[in-house]
Design a protein around this ligand. Structure first.
Ligand code: AMP
Length: 467
């Protein structure tokens, strides 16, 4: 049985997730960040038996109610009976967990930022392995974990690991703010915090400028998307050896870890890496045909007890990524002799320029090193002469005094050489992100295509007018 939930970061959301799994059902977390149309598609793909909707999300939830056989409110009796009221009538006797290790604990819809959205299955055996590995990476119990990631997603996992080690999960339901997060860290005596990479630098800057201690804090964990080395260095200045970076993937679970000691060792190559294999994880670099990579870079393949059993109802995509117990990640990596792994790019984001591979992530790193640039995202766009051309979207620190395009190009050329200079450079107020708050390269490609088509049309018009 699958139970879908549309909730915010509330205590009821955490307990209903646990209750779903205690009954041996599959939990499908719908993220508030997705549109109703996307949720409707996920529901069509996974056909859940029940949908739980929290009162704050009723507006979007009501449209979904007709798509699922049974709809329950969570803390509300709309658009179906309140599951909390129904629970009042149940006896207090403990319920024995009904799931077997091979059953599915969660089905999670991926953002599909590089292709078609897929539904990743995670078994109870996988979930068990996540917990073992998290325990080894995040240190001794008890934890007081500030959970700001959505409970429908990683936040729910983190809350459950925290309970499993006898700790306390403090739920954060507001938008991210560096000042408020620091206040909460002090007030709640938080020991552990997980932040998405875009939040790390503002948090580190705020910690440095406030100058106040956060004595209970033991670990600041970040990961889930590439982070510029410049941002990591800023974070090291504030949080030092408390930092932990994880590289992972919905399909693979944890893949690698950059430890606190790695962060303070002061080695640039290590800071540019995503660390060494996480506990219980084997990593290999391979060619497209699955043979060991001949050159220095290759696709990252992973084997571990966290690797998913497959995509939901999708043998074709499953067979494309799972082979002999190994999972191909779709990431291109380099592995140093001492075991440190560098994620070079998503293979799908690599740009082919005049027959040469150019890595979008490398250009994003270089752009982020420019002091006037806040964030950058780079994609390849079709080009009649070079095959593909580099399209860079940047946001700047001070919108009223942005650097010139020429200055930014010069900076990239100085760092990486002329091949990497963006042919198209655009200033964006904000970069497009997916419902999981990650850079949305698919959306950026679409915007780039529209932008360039408009530019061509306007060039044609002015040529016409000039004739
Ligand atoms: P998702 O499955 O949505 O969690 O996205 C996983 C992808 O995000 C990976 O395959 C990588 O491309 C990227 N990723 C995750 N963590 C990191 C990291 N620490 N550094 C670089 N890329 C990362």
């Amino acid at each position: 049985m699958t139970v879908a939930s549309l909730t915010e970061n509330s205590a009821e959301a955490v307990t209903s997730r646990l209750a779903t799994q205690l009954l041996g059902a599959r939990y499908l977390g719908l993220r508030p960040g997705y549109s109703t149309a996307q949720h409707a598609r996920f529901l069509a793909d996974t056909a859940p038996h029940a949908l739980l909707i929290e009162s704050e999300l009723l507006a979007s939830g009501e449209e979904l109610a007709g798509l699922v056989p049974s709809v329950l409110g969570l803390g509300t009796d709309e658009p179906g009976p309140d599951v909390l009221d129904l629970a009042e009538d149940e006896p207090d006797t403990p319920i024995a967990p009904a799931a077997a290790p091979g059953n599915l604990a969660t089905v999670t819809c991926t953002g599909g930022s590089t292709g078609t959205p897929k539904v990743v299955c995670c078994s109870y055996a996988n979930a068990d392995a996540y917990l073992r590995v998290a325990r080894r990476m995040y240190g001794a119990a008890p934890w007081r974990f500030l959970v700001g990631m959505p409970v429908s997603d990683l936040g729910g996992e983190i809350a459950q690991w925290t309970f499993a080690v006898g700790g306390t999960a403090v739920l954060w339901a507001e938008e991210f703010s560096a000042t408020d997060t620091l206040t909460a860290l002090r007030r709640e005596r938080i020991s552990h915090l997980f932040v998405a990479p875009p939040m790390l630098r503002p948090l580190a800057e705020e910690a440095a400028s406030s100058g106040e201690e956060v004595p209970a804090l033991r670990q600041v964990i970040y990961g889930g998307q590439p982070i510029p080395e410049a941002h990591v260095r800023t974070a090291v200045a504030s949080f030092g050896g408390k930092l932990i970076q994880n590289y992972g993937q919905q399909e693979a679970g944890f893949i690698s870890v950059l430890t606190g000691a790695d962060h303070v060792a002061g080695n640039r190559q290590v800071l540019r890496s995503v660390g060494r294999p996480a506990p219980e994880v084997e990593i290999e670099l391979r060619e497209a045909d699955g043979a060991a990579a001949g050159g220095e870079a290759g696709e990252i393949w992973v084997r571990s007890p966290m690797v998913m059993p497959g995509y939901w109802n999708d043998p074709e995509h499953t067979a494309a990524v799972l082979r002999d117990g190994w999972l191909r990640t779709g990431d291109l990596g380099k592995l140093r002799e001492d075991g440190y792994l560098q994620v070079v790019d998503r293979l799908a984001d690599m740009i082919m320029l005049n027959g040469t591979n150019v890595y979008s992530a490398q250009i994003e790193q270089a752009l982020a090193e420019h002091p006037a640039i806040r964030d950058a995202a780079v994609v390849g766009v079709p080009d009649e002469v070079t095959g593909e051309a580099i399209y860079a979207a940047v946001t700047v620190v001070h919108e009223d005094s942005p650097p010139s395009g020429a200055e930014i190009r010069e900076h990239v050329i100085r760092m990486l050489g002329p091949l990497h200079a963006p042919a198209h450079l655009r200033f964006f107020p904000q970069l497009p992100v997916t419902g999981r708050s990650k850079p949305d390269k698919k959306a950026l490609r679409e915007r780039a295509a529209t932008d360039l088509a408009e530019q061509t049309a306007s060039n044609r018009r002015s040529k016409h007018a000039g004739n």
